[in-house]
Write a protein that binds this ligand. Structure first.
Ligand SMILES: NC(=O)c1ccc[n+]([C@@H]2O[C@H](COP(=O)([O-])OP(=O)(O)OC[C@H]3O[C@@H](n4cnc5c(N)ncnc54)[C@H](O)[C@@H]3O)[C@@H](O)[C@H]2O)c1
Ligand SMILES: [Zn+2]
Length: 376
């Protein structure tokens, strides 16, 4: 529900489960007392006052834009910001080396047990920061201030944190629910157009899985892509509410949470086969395109044409060149999320919009035809 406080529209979305927390969404939250309150509460302060110690983790793109303002507003609310750790922007920072470096920095400033790590950045910073917060002194408070659209709608909700290994992505990690997520949608103004489109791929995915009002509001993809603040706010709030509902019912991904992998089976294969020249959201968009065609064949649903239009509205490509379908299928075979023992694949498909099914067996031949739909 949107509440107007201080003349600012914002949403407070509760996430239930083993360790409930709120996701706050709205423009301008990073400098308001809301943030200080959330961080103060995360420090375990019964009086809900913003006292206690905190450290900020950020990256080299986001830090120069927002870290000083964030630290200032925490300090003016009485918090002791002991350190701002800035790591190089990019997936390369989700590594054991950087993880160890960040732990060392926190130890050297003497961050104590009942302090808070604030992750200010995209999914890389949220995943890395969460793993640091889960393990430093066996666990300290963790607050996410997601700054990319992908982090606001996807990675900051659900509690999966971790780093990559040379052997593969996200191979070391933990489940850690943050104590709060503060998503200031005004920060999206400095995000590149490509990053916005990639975040919109996950928004579109969840709108299709959800159906209903969220699906209808996908008409806001185009204005959101153009930077319309109201459209972005509405779509972020829908996405967080949807993802929260899915993950709180299945925190450890033993069942329905798998629907969030719509478009990701072929998407992951494309990402790997294109040697990561396709961004994640672009690959997922193509994967959804292939999954829509499989859904049409399997269930007779009419989906692909409408979904293509929405992909276009989000600014996502409808095809890619120079990728070998065989390489995509090989990479899909290595994907850790694949669970079929019979040489085939398991897909999330849509029986209709708002009615996903998961663990659907798809033969190697069907998968190859689907991949060929999106590679030229
Ligand atoms: N934990 C989960 O459940 C989950 C879910 C999905 C993705 N992920 C992870 O998230 C990561 C991808 O996240 P991402 O796309 O946010 O990547 P990212 O953190 O690398 O951010 C993308 C780029 O945008 C920049 N940036 C972020 N916010 C900005 C802003 N407001 N203004 C200007 N620049 C900004 C970053 O510096 C970076 O260069 C991957 O590592 C992926 O594995 C995790
Ligand atoms: Zn994704």
């Amino acid at each position: 529900m949107a509440e107007g406080v201080d003349g600012v529209d914002r949403h407070r979305i509760p996430v239930g489960g083993s360790s409930p927390y709120d996701v706050l969404v709205g423009p301008g939250l990073r400098t308001g007392e809301i943030l200080a309150e959330a961080v103060g509460a995360a420090a375990g302060n019964a009086a809900f006052g913003a006292t206690g110690a905190a450290a900020i983790l950020t990256d080299s793109n986001v830090g120069p834009l927002y870290a000083a303002g964030l630290a200032r507003s925490l300090r003016s609310a009485g918090m002791d910001v002991l350190e701002t750790v800035e790591v190089p922007a990019g997936e390369g920072s989700k590594s054991l080396e950087i993880y160890a470096e960040v732990l060392g920095r926190l130890a050297r400033v003497g961050l104590s047990r009942n302090s808070v790590l604030v992750a200010l950045g995209g999914g890389v910073i949220g995943d890395l920061g969460g793993f640091v917060a889960a393990s430093y002194l066996r666990g300290i408070g963790f607050v996410q201030v997601p700054t990319s659209l992908l982090a606001m709608v996807d990675s900051s909700v659900g509690g999966k944190v971790g780093v990559d290994l040379p052997e593969g992505k996200n191979l070391a990690g933990a489940f850690l629910q943050p104590r709060a997520v503060v998503a200031d949608t005004a920060m999206l103004g400095s995000l590149s157009g490509r990053e916005v489109s990639c975040g919109l791929a996950e928004v579109l995915k969840m709108g299709l899985l959800s159906g209903g009002d969220f699906y209808r509001d996908l008409s806001l993809l185009e204005p959101a892509r153009a930077g319309d603040r109201g459209a972005l706010l509405t779509l972020v709030a829908h996405s967080v509410r949807f993802k929260a509902g899915v993950v709180e019912a299945d925190e450890r991904e033993s069942g329905r949470r798998a629907i969030l992998n719509y478009g990701h089976t072929i998407g992951h294969g494309l990402e790997a086969a294109a040697a990561y020249s396709l961004a994640h959201g672009e690959a997922v968009g193509l994967g959804m395109r292939a999954a829509a065609r499989l859904s049409e064949k399997r269930f007779g649903v009419e989906l692909a044409a409408e979904q293509d239009e929405l992909l276009g509205a989000a600014g996502l490509p409808l095809g890619t060149k120079g990728v070998e379908p065989a390489a995509v299928l090989r990479a899909m075979g290595r994907d850790k999320k694949r669970r079929s023992g019979d040489g085939g694949h398991r897909f999330v498909l849509l029986e209709e919009i708002g009615r996903p099914v998961w663990d659907v067996p798809v033969s190697e031949e069907e998968a190859r035809l689907a991949v060929e739909e999106v590679v030229e």
